[in-house]
Design a protein around this ligand. Structure first.
Ligand code: MG
Length: 189
């Protein structure tokens, strides 16, 4: 039986860069934002594009990323998914050079071998990647990648306990990785 291929985002889904952004915003701007509010879609309207890019330039780079922990529950969840015959693909909007830094982070945590392949959606879309390599689901912390997705869309916003009011009906909302595992098991068992 062929394995079920699923895509997993990196920033805010695998590595907890949103918590790092939240702390940067508080110290640099004096604003309090929850980590789940720190993806691009929520954050740019709050702090502006230019400030967001300045922050991203710090948070996504090697020095900051290497000190960034995983999203709670990530390692256990993906190890469990691999055991249940899911094939995992990392799908990130990072350009290729920053995708290498993400791979380095995974290698440092002994997680790189859990992924079959690594894909940058820079210059294309995550949906295009899903279609090209036959991903059946995408797990992402930013709804902009999920709103018009041909695969099953799973929104993880760690620590957010109320789903967004305007969440499209096809998007499965999860507050933590255990819930992501449950949704994937239910969809593909
Ligand atoms: Mg993300």
């Amino acid at each position: 039986m062929s394995k079920t291929r699923i895509g997993i985002d990196f920033d805010g889904t695998t590595a907890d860069v949103n918590a790092v952004k939240s702390r940067w915003i508080e110290s640099e701007l004096g604003l309090l934002m929850e980590p789940w509010e720190c993806n691009r879609t929520h954050c740019v309207p709050a702090i502006g594009e230019e400030t967001y890019e300045r922050m991203a330039g710090v948070v996504y780079e090697e020095a900051s990323l290497m000190a960034t922990p995983e999203i709670t529950g990530f390692t256990d969840a993906i190890a469990g998914l691999r055991e249940r015959d899911f094939e995992l693909h990392l799908v990130s909007a990072r350009p290729d050079d920053l995708l290498l830094v993400a791979k380095q982070w995974l290698r440092g945590k002994d997680l790189v071998d859990l992924f079959t392949d690594f894909h940058s959606s820079d210059g294309t879309s995550k949906d295009a990647i899903c279609q090209r390599i036959g991903l059946r689901a995408l797990v992402d912390d930013d709804e902009r990648h999920l709103t018009s997705l041909s695969a099953e869309a799973i929104l993880i916003q760690h620590g957010r306990y109320q789903p967004p009011l305007d969440l499209p009906e096809h998007v499965h909302f999860c507050s933590h990785w255990d819930a992501v595992s449950e949704v994937l098991t239910r969809l593909f068992r």
